[in-house]
Design a protein around this ligand. Structure first.
Ligand SMILES: Nc1ncnc2c1ncn2[C@@H]1O[C@H](COP(=O)(O)OP(=O)(O)OP(=O)(O)O)[C@@H](O)[C@H]1O
Ligand SMILES: [Mg+2]
Length: 604
């Protein structure tokens, strides 16, 4: 699995259509009704030229019969009203149906994305997934609400106009049809060029979007390094490309529409010329006189013929982009989540908290083992810490315990059960995770700690915050527990975020807690608070800590030292110091940096 959104598993058009129909299931009646209404509108639209022609015919006679003219005009008005009312209902029905379908598609895509594993998220830019759920579903919406019905409508209009023209005057119609090949060639060329232009615009637009989304998030760094001008130039490049391709697209349309118009005018000129010649008796083929009524009806029908042809060519693009979007959406839906419950997975109500790694081998990428034959045992209620240089695999071990990734070799057991056999939801419910970067959702402090768990009351939240020492800073906020949390919790310091994440984990009462200590610098005052609350939490259940400040873990039951994915030392703080190995070196480095006391004083 490489890239969820870019998978080029070609879905055939027929399969695509059948899946699109699947989504429309249950709505067939509404589509049939809309098509029926559309047919009425098309029919009436063809009746209008005939009525106008009739009125002209009446005006043309020697004695003008005003009453009949008024009747014709009233009929015209009624037809107009009916046609517009049917169009209104048709469009309402389709829009509603379209929205119902798209609502379902969006929901399916989002709930499917929720099942993706950590690895799958690493491989997909979030911006692309957002596009799938928003833009692509919107494009798809057009397919249901306008493209299909308009394609049908235009096809019927062309057929209806041609049919009516044939009935009224066969020879004249055949002459007009001589323009057909020119029309086809122009439409064909237009479709080819416009498709290319359209794609270019879409690509350049998504380039601009991707650039924006990355650079807006990284604006702080840009400003720190005074890179605004350079970034602006990069943006200008993309912006200019987008402008160029958009102009190209506009140009293609600007040439196409007048070309069709020229042919339309040619058709009109042809008719006027032919009827003039026929009137003068100079024309061999059309012998009979063409009446004013016929002429005016014809002129209007030609309009009904050319308009839809122009629209058909233009709508083909929308149809294609809707298909492209559908394909992208389905490729997300077809991506199997990597980490799923096995058949007959075990639901665990409560776990004891014994954790064992048995000869675990793990790699993220081919040929790069990140964990090499790692084995250890953690007893329930124990506090175990992992230390080691950056990149040694500490965070990786924690994410394996909650099965964010599956291991390649070995076994991970919780209370003696292989975690692959435990239902993922019950595994994660029993293990509280406090990650290296604390993520807060926009909302309030309360909502971020409750996390939509109804059984957790406000009193529980306040109690947990007190327990982890978060209450002191919360009480000072203007809205206290209902203080707004902005996107990603940007309005809190990293230490405060850490305390909130402790409260969030604690309130959900897990049996095992894993903590990946933040590497970010935390002020001394908050550090004391964190230290104190950690010590309290260590008494609650099994606790696994990745510690960067070794002072945090002096009282741990066991400290495991990792180096390049292997366990190199194991023991308590005192045992390891006495060993004078890796841990001793790490401790020496940190200790000397922080306080300038002699080490000998510390090791008794
Ligand atoms: N999602 C990933 N894809 C590929 N490689 C990864 C991924 N996450 C981590 N690694 C690699 O795995 C190794 C171990 O990373 P890990 O995050 O476990 O280190 P760590 O011990 O937690 O480091 P730190 O102290 O900096 O947090 C590193 O070499 C890292 O480059
Ligand atoms: Mg880490």
């Amino acid at each position: 699995m490489n890239d969820v959104v870019e998978t080029k598993v070609k879905i055939t058009d027929r399969k695509l259509l059948s899946r699109l129909f699947m989504y429309a299931k249950g709505q067939e009646g509404k589509f049939v009704l809309a098509i029926f209404l559309m047919l009425i509108a098309v029919g009436i639209d063809l009746l209008l030229p005939i009525l106008i022609g009739r009125a002209a015919g009446l005006l043309d006679s020697d004695v003008i019969d005003f009453t009949r003219i008024i009747y014709v005009l009233i009929a015209y008005a009624i037809c107009l009203v009916i046609s517009n009312v049917t169009l209104y209902f048709q469009s309402m029905i389709l829009q509603k149906t379209g929205q119902t379908i798209i609502y379902k598609v969006r929901e399916d895509v989002f709930s499917h994305i929720e099942k993706f594993s950590a690895n799958q998220f690493n491989n997909v830019p979030v911006g692309k997934l957002v596009t799938r759920v928003t833009n692509d579903t919107n494009t798809l919406n057009e397919l249901y609400t306008s493209v299909i019905i308009n394609l049908l409508k235009n096809i019927f209009s062309v057929a209806g106009a041609l049919g009516a023209m044939f009935l009224l005057h066969k020879t004249l119609t055949l002459y007009i049809l001589l323009l057909g090949p020119v029309l086809l060639v122009i439409s064909y060329i237009f479709r080819k060029i416009s498709r290319r232009a359209y794609r270019e615009v879409r690509n350049n637009l998504s380039d601009v979007n991707a650039f924006l989304s990355e650079n807006l998030s990284g604006m702080k760094v840009t400003q720190i390094f005074n890179q605004e001008k350079k970034k602006m130039h990069e943006f200008e490049d993309r912006n200019a490309k987008l402008k160029k391709s958009s102009l190209k697209e506009i140009f293609v349309f600007a040439v196409f529409r007048p070309s069709i118009y020229v042919i339309y005018i040619s058709a009109l000129v042809m008719i006027l010329w032919f009827s003039g010649e026929a009137y003068l008796g100079n024309f061999n083929i059309i012998k009979e006189v063409i009446t004013i009524q016929l002429l005016i009806t014809f002129i209007q029908l030609i309009d009904r013929l050319f308009n839809p042809i122009q629209q058909l060519a233009e709508q083909f693009n929308i149809l294609q982009s809707a298909f492209a979007s559908a394909e992208k959406i389905f490729s997300v839906l077809d991506t199997e989540p990597e980490i799923v419950d096995c058949e007959d997975s075990i639901e665990l109500e409560k776990i004891e908290g014994n954790i064992e790694f048995k000869n675990v081998w793990f790699k993220y990428k081919e040929d790069e083992w990140v964990l090499k034959d790692v084995s250890f045992k953690i007893n329930a209620k124990d506090v175990v810490a992992f230390v080691g240089a950056t990149g040694s695999g500490k965070t990786t071990i924690l994410s394996l315990i909650v099965r964010n990734y599956d291991i390649q070799k070995g076994q991970i057991l919780i209370d003696g059960i292989d975690i692959k056999k435990i239902k993922i939801s019950s595994l994660r419910k029993n293990i509280g995770q406090m990650l290296q970067d604390v993520f807060l959702f926009s909302g309030t402090i309360m909502s971020n700690i409750q996390m939509k768990e109804e059984s957790i009351t406000e009193a529980d939240v306040i109690e947990a915050c007190k327990y982890v020492n978060a209450d002191s800073f919360i009480e000072e906020l203007p809205n206290k527990y209902h203080e707004e949390v902005r996107e990603r919790g940007g309005n809190f310091s990293s230490g405060q975020r850490q305390l909130l994440s402790f409260a969030r984990t604690l309130v959900h009462k897990p049996q095992v807690m894993i903590l990946d200590e933040a590497t970010a610098n935390i002020d001394t005052e908050t550090e004391v608070l964190i230290q104190d609350s950690l010590e309290k939490m260590m008494n609650i259940g099994t606790m696994i800590i990745v510690a960067h400040r070794l002072s945090t873990i002096q009282h741990a039951d066991k400290i495991i030292v990792l180096s390049k994915g292997e366990i190199v030392e194991e023991g308590t703080h005192q045992e390891l110091l006495k060993k004078r190995g890796q841990y001793y070196k790490l401790y020496q480095l940190q200790y000397q940096k922080k306080e300038h006391k002699s080490l000998k004083e510390v090791i008794n």
